[in-house]
Design a protein around this ligand. Structure first.
Ligand code: SF4
Length: 511
């Protein structure tokens, strides 16, 4: 399997005159694995490389420098990262590539091992040292141009940590002692609006990372050990970046972070995410604004009221709940239970009618009994989520859960995962049947990857990449569609997760 190289918003043509000139414009191919947070890191590194004179290419054969930005969230992600590094190493032996760089979460965890065990790797770049990508690629940072003083200059820099982060640090939350070869220093880096960035997302849509790191104590999770303490970007820096993206034609912005609902707590804001959404929603021409990764007990009345009041904030909430059994949630160090969650979901649906809800669960956490699992199934039947992801528990060294007794056999974990997905499949199919005849604004992303006979897009109820799709099989009154534009569509056919629509008209807003 060949991983696709990222297609940034840049010309991918290769300058053949300079192709063998070490000092001038090396061609760089980029593979980004894992979540959108990693994708933004890739976009920042591509922006830094581009500004320093590198040429980005989507052709792995043409790349002189190959970068793999890795994920090491769970075992399957680590395996995919290692497989991709080995695949790219092959190009170094047989093709034009002469430098292989490994970046991202895998580096934070196995820095020394990567270098020791994969000699083809020339350099590693951790999540907290993105600017090192230049030296790793054999480039120098360009001398900064003389600029007008920016009104935001004083607002950049690393904000102070939250008291929660300090407390968790004293409790050993961020310890990397279990990982041989990991750097002892936690990442502190966080980009800002002055950092160059090349977008790799599909037309008209972009992510903005508003915070990095996480101070929560979830016992199954090693992300805080990889990404460091929670830290928010400055309010004005996020606004400046959003305005700049919209000025470049972006019409959908998705705010991300490990926990977006903590946004601004380290800056002294109360309800920081609600304030930020309110400000961003006022940007003219921003058609859709959404955020991912809400923490359940941080969904405040003000946040919901802001979502309800602003028509361009998507009626969409992604709130990973992880489980619904109180006993399991306690061991996960997350707290709450099914009843508390149902009350929260009720409140969300009352304040923001019609909202689409997405969540994810972990099945097979150590000590999860059949009763715990059935409680989770009952909860899923009652909550009726629009979108649901289920992960089997992955035993991660360095997490608190690693040493817990009562590990669930792998076959049971997989059986529970399938069973829960089956329950959701029926819920989703029945819910989608009610979509027939519904009219929606659809952001068209282009021809379907499955067949050129269909086009595909998303509504405000679908986040990029993770939810079902809207397939368009009838252009209605229009001769052609354009990727990155909005169209008014009517749903004509439904499936388990995806729906089919026909175009009624071009929507008012155009990218
Ligand atoms: S909130 Fe998310 S990122 Fe933070 S520790 Fe829990 S699962 Fe990990």
């Amino acid at each position: 399997m060949t991983e696709a190289l990222l297609d940034g918003a840049f010309p991918s043509a290769v300058d053949s005159e300079n192709i063998n000139d070490d000092t001038a414009r090396p061609t760089v191919g980029f593979v980004s694995l894992g979540c959108p947070k990693n994708l933004v890191d890739s976009e920042v590194m591509m922006g830094l490389l581009d500004r320093a004179g590198a040429q980005m290419t989507t052709d792995v054969e043409a790349a002189e420098v190959l970068v793999v930005n890795t994920c090491s969230f769970i075992d399957a992600a680590k395996q995919e990262s290692v497989d991709t590094i080995l695949e790219m190493a092959q190009h170094k032996r047989t093709g034009r590539a002469r430098r292989l760089i490994v970046a991202g979460c895998l580096v934070e965890r196995y820095r020394d091992e990567i270098r020791k065990n994969i000699p083809e790797v020339d350099a590693v770049v951790g999540t907290g040292e993105l600017e090192q990508i230049l030296a790793a690629a054999g480039l120098h940072a360009p001398r900064p141009a003389v600029q007008e003083p920016s009104p935001f200059t004083i607002l950049t820099g690393t904000p102070a940590a939250r008291p929660e982060g300090e407390l968790r640090e004293s409790q050993g939350r961020f310890s990397r002692n279990a990982w041989d070869g990991a750097d002892v220093h936690l990442p502190q880096y966080l980009y800002d609006h002055t950092t160059p960035r090349l977008l790799a997302t599909k037309t008209a849509s972009a992510y903005i990372k508003i915070a990095e790191g996480c101070d929560h104590p979830c016992s199954f999770c090693v992300i805080p050990n990889l990404r460091g303490k929670f830290r928010s970007r400055r309010f004005e820096s996020v606004v400046a970046e959003a305005e700049s993206l919209v000025a470049q034609g972006v019409r959908e912005i998705t705010l991300i972070g490990q926990d977006t609902t903590c946004y601004g707590e380290d800056l002294g804001f109360k309800d920081g995410l609600a304030q930020l959404l309110d400000r961003l929603a006022a940007i003219p021409d921003l058609k859709w604004l959404r955020f991912l990764y809400a923490y359940p007990n941080k969904i405040t009345g003000r946040l919901l009221e802001t979502m309800a009041r602003r028509p361009n904030i998507c009626r969409y909430l992604d709130v990973p709940l992880q489980h619904a059994s109180g006993a399991v949630l306690k061991k996960m160090k997350r707290g709450a239970n099914a009843e508390i969650f149902l009350n929260t979901l009720d409140k969300v649906r009352t304040v923001v009618p019609g909202i689409a809800l997405r969540t994810s669960f972990i099945v097979g956490f150590p000590g999860e009994t059949q009763e715990d699992f059935e409680a989770l199934c009952d909860f899923v039947r009652g909550a009726k989520f629009d979108w649901l992801g289920v992960f089997g528990y992955s035993n991660e060294e360095g997490s608190r859960a690693f040493d817990l007794d009562g590990k669930v056999p792998a076959r049971t974990v997989e059986r529970r995962r399938r069973e829960l997905m089956k329950i959701q499949q029926r819920i989703s199919r029945e819910a989608k049947e009610n979509w027939i005849g519904r009219e929606l604004d659809v952001l068209v992303e282009g021809e379907s990857e499955e067949t050129p006979l269909l086009w595909e897009g998303r509504s405000e109820f679908h986040a990029p990449e993770i939810d079902g799709k809207i397939y368009i099989n009838d252009f209605g009154p229009l001769e052609e569609l354009h990727p990155g534009r909005f169209y008014r569509c009517q749903i004509t056919e439904t499936h388990d997760y995806d729906v089919v629509a026909r175009v009624i008209a071009a929507s008012g807003e155009q990218a």
